[in-house]
Design a protein around this ligand. Structure first.
Ligand SMILES: [Zn+2]
Length: 352
C-alpha cells in the first residue's frame, strides 16, 4: 500500500469502512448522473472513500493513488481519504459533495479530462470550479461551499485567488448560488462518526519463517475482510524470489489448487459484484501478476498433478474471464501446462 496512505489510514478496516464508502459513492453517482462524460471517464478507475483519523493533517480530504506508486497521472486505483474530525464539522451532504467533487476533479485534471484545466488558473482553482459544476449536476446547494471554506481557521496560502477564480467562474457561467437548488441534505454522520480508531498494519507472515499453504490461504481470507492486499503481495513476491523456480511454482500451484475451489469463481463474482475493490481482493485475481512473474522465470517448473487438474478445470470454466481480463495469469500458466502435457499425461506433474 502507498506509504502516504498507510500513514493517514488509521481506520483501514475495509469492512467497517464500507457504509461510508457506499455513502460517498451514492453522492458521486448523484453528481455524475447529469454529467455522463465524466461518469464514463471515471468508471475506468477504481475509486474508494475512506475515513482516516489523522489530527496532524488539517485538510478535510485528499486523494491518493491507492497503489504503491503515488501517481495520479498513471494510477488506476484511487483513495479519497477524509479526515474524520474535520469532516464531522460539516453539517450537510452538500458541503461534502463539494469536497468529493474537488478531489475527483484532481483525478480529472491530472488525467487531462475535457476542459477541466481551462476552467481557471491553477490546479486547485480548476478543481473548485469543476466541483461546482458537478454539484450543480447533482442538484446540491452551492451555498454550502462556504461551510467547507470555514473549516480553515485562517485562509491557506493561495486561497484568496482561488476564491476570486471561483467567483469569476460562477459569474461567467451565470450560476446562481441562491436559485432553487433544493434544500440542503443533512450529512449522514452515522456512516463514519462511530468508527473506532484501529491502527493496524498487515503483518508480513513471510518474515515469520516458512508459512504453510493453509496459513497463506488464511491471510487471503483476512484480506477480503480487512484489505491491504499490497503488503501481502509484496511479502509473497519476495518470499518466492528467494526460492528456486521449482519450489516457487510448486507453491504457486498449491495455492491456486486450494483457493480455486474455496472461493466463488471469478467470473461469477465479477458479474455480481459492484465493488471493484473486492474483485482485486479475490485470491485468484490477487495471484495473477505473481503467477506471471514466477512462470516467466527461466528454470525448471514443478507442477503437482492434483493442482494441475484443479487449475486446468478452473481455467476452462472461467475461460472468458482469463481470455478477456486476466492474461497475466492465463498465458504463462497455460503455456507451461501445455508444455508439460506434451511429454504425456504421466509427466504432467514432472519437471519441465
Ligand atoms: Zn485540492
Amino acid at each position: 500500500m502507498n506509504i502516504d496512505l498507510a500513514v493517514v489510514l488509521c481506520l483501514a478496516n475495509e469492512k467497517k469502512n464500507q457504509p461510508f464508502d457506499d455513502y460517498c459513492a451514492g453522492v458521486v453517482s448523484r453528481m455524475l448522473a447529469q454529467n455522463p462524460d465524466e461518469r464514463a471517464f471515471l468508471q475506468q478507475y477504481d475509486i474508494h472513500y475512506y475515513i482516516a483519523d489523522n489530527p496532524s493533517d488539517n485538510s478535510v480530504a485528499r486523494v491518493v493513488d491507492a497503489d504503491d506508486n503515488d501517481d495520479l497521472e498513471n494510477g488506476r486505483h484511487f483513495a479519497i481519504v477524509f479526515n474524520r474530525d474535520i469532516l464531522a464539522r460539516l453539517d450537510t451532504e452538500d458541503s461534502m459533495a463539494f469536497v468529493i467533487g474537488h478531489e475527483l476533479s484532481h483525478i480529472l485534471y491530472r488525467k487531462d479530462f475535457g476542459d477541466v484545466k481551462e476552467l481557471a488558473y491553477g490546479e486547485e482553482a480548476c478543481c473548485d470550479c469543476n466541483a461546482i459544476r458537478l454539484m450543480r449536476g447533482g442538484g446540491y446547494n452551492l451555498l454550502d461551499i462556504a461551510a467547507v471554506d470555514a473549516l480553515y481557521p485562517c485562509l491557506p496560502e493561495g486561497m484568496e485567488s482561488r476564491l476570486s477564480e471561483r467567483r469569476a467562474f460562477i459569474q461567467r457561467n451565470d450560476i446562481s448560488m441562491t436559485s432553487a437548488l433544493g434544500k440542503s441534505m443533512p450529512l449522514q454522520k452515522d456512516t463514519f462518526i462511530h468508527l473506532q480508531k484501529e491502527p493496524w498494519k498487515r503483518e508480513n507472515i513471510f518474515e515469520q519463517g516458512e508459512p504453510d499453504v493453509a496459513r497463506i490461504i488464511a491471510e487471503m481470507v483476512d484480506i477480503i475482510e480487512r484489505g491491504d492486499r499490497d503488503s501481502f503481495k509484496r511479502g509473497l513476491r519476495d518470499f518466492l524470489e528467494q526460492k528456486s523456480t521449482e519450489e516457487a511454482t510448486k507453491l504457486v500451484m498449491n495455492i491456486l489448487g486450494q483457493v480455486m475451489p474455496k472461493f466463488s469463481p471469478v467470473t461469477e463474482m465479477i458479474a455480481t459484484c459492484r465493488h471493484r475493490k473486492k474483485i482485486y481482493n479475490h485470491p485468484v485475481v490477487m495471484m495473477s501478476d505473481i503467477v506471471m512473474e514466477q512462470f516467466n522465470r527461466s528454470g525448471k517448473k514443478l507442477l503437482p498433478p492434483a493442482d494441475v487438474q484443479i487449475v486446468a478445470k478452473y481455467m476452462q470454466e472461467n475461460r472468458l474471464y482469463f481470455e478477456q481480463r486476466d492474461r497475466r495469469l492465463w498465458e504463462p500458466l497455460r503455456k507451461t501446462m501445455a508444455a508439460a502435457t506434451m511429454f504425456g499425461s504421466n509427466n504432467i506433474g514432472g519437471r519441465i
